[in-house]
Design a binder for this molecule. Sequence first.
Ligand SMILES: [Zn+2]
Length: 427
Amino acid sequence: MKRGFLVSPEPRKSDCELLGNISAPPKRPRALVQIPGHKEPPPELLHAVPIDEATARHGVVTTKIPPAAPGWAPDPDMYTCVMIFKGMKEKLLALPGFPTPFFTPTPPVYAIKPAGKRYGGGFGLVATADINVGDLIVRERAIIICPGWMPIPRGQDGKADLGMYTTAMEFQLGPERMAGYFALSNCFGKQKSAFHGIMDTNSLPIGGLPGYTGGCGGVFKEISRANHSCRPNAIYSWDLVSFTGQLRALQPIKAGEQIFLAYLSSDAPRAARQAEMLSKYRFTCRCAACSLSGSYAQYSDLRRTLIALQANATAELRKTDADVAAWAMNTALPDRMLIEPAEIWLNWMLGERSMNPMLLAAVFSRLCKAYAALGDEEAVKRYATQAAALEKAFTGSDGGWLVVASAPRDSAWWGLRQITREDEHRS
Ligand SMILES: [Zn+2]
């Protein structure tokens, strides 16, 4: 998912400045529930230091995370071979509690099965149980993690020779884990060595690691098997402190359905998406969104373009409280003034499954506050429940939305429009 566009260079004039200058709803003694607001992007990772080229060229260290403790019965799947630069391992192991314990659903809620011709005769993840939005599908340690930029050793003939990396990886992980790596697909065929091709075909983003600003990638035995869709039903995320990747459902998945990830940002129009997939993964995407024809395809492209444009206007949504309070306390404004645009936009995002977690949170926040101000308990419950499930898909926790869903009347926003009307009537 593309996240960089969230940073807007200049805050734009928001609705609240046009509507009035109210920053929050009036304090009410019964207000017990806080409706979550917009989210800021996460801070930069842990004092990262850029690695210069000379260090990178001579300083690659191959190690195993977590380090094997003496006397442990080794479970190969718990270990990751990490190729990092000197000094990074110490920083990683110094993280408080690192690596924290984790769990994955047992028995598994998916199976690895042949995915058919459309997927090059390869495999995919198929649900073996019904999975709800936000539910964990699988959580695991990567087989290997390495920086996006690595020096490539060359043999005497000048060709890339990654044999030393393969040997180092086998030394760290042993043959069983290596077999898991080499069982993954390589869309580059003979254009790249097996080690390199599998890495570039299956790598998922890890973000930075302590001590390194550049992005890293990780290859997973299970998650990397998921096929791509521009309209995915699952989302991958990385958790540094447990050193695991996780896959969660973005929409209800029925037993027997294939589980899909979006390999690339999915808010570009179809032609651009397909060109990028062909260039990076050597296939022409025929997913549900790419298979649309005629006006349906045009509609999909239009919605994605609008979502991307709207995403640039996050500054508008950062003043949600002021917007909603100004509207709630001005009964001359239409009841659905803030709700209608937010619902339209939410439906575009859900329809295309082109979702940005920070923008989604801002939209859900606006909808729950506005509906609470209107005294519509059913609508607040519905949107807060939906927000909780999607928040769980993105972060693993409900983000405080379930409390809102359980007690809409206990929010400071509850009935604010009605109270304002009654005050006007009395005066
Ligand atoms: Zn597609």
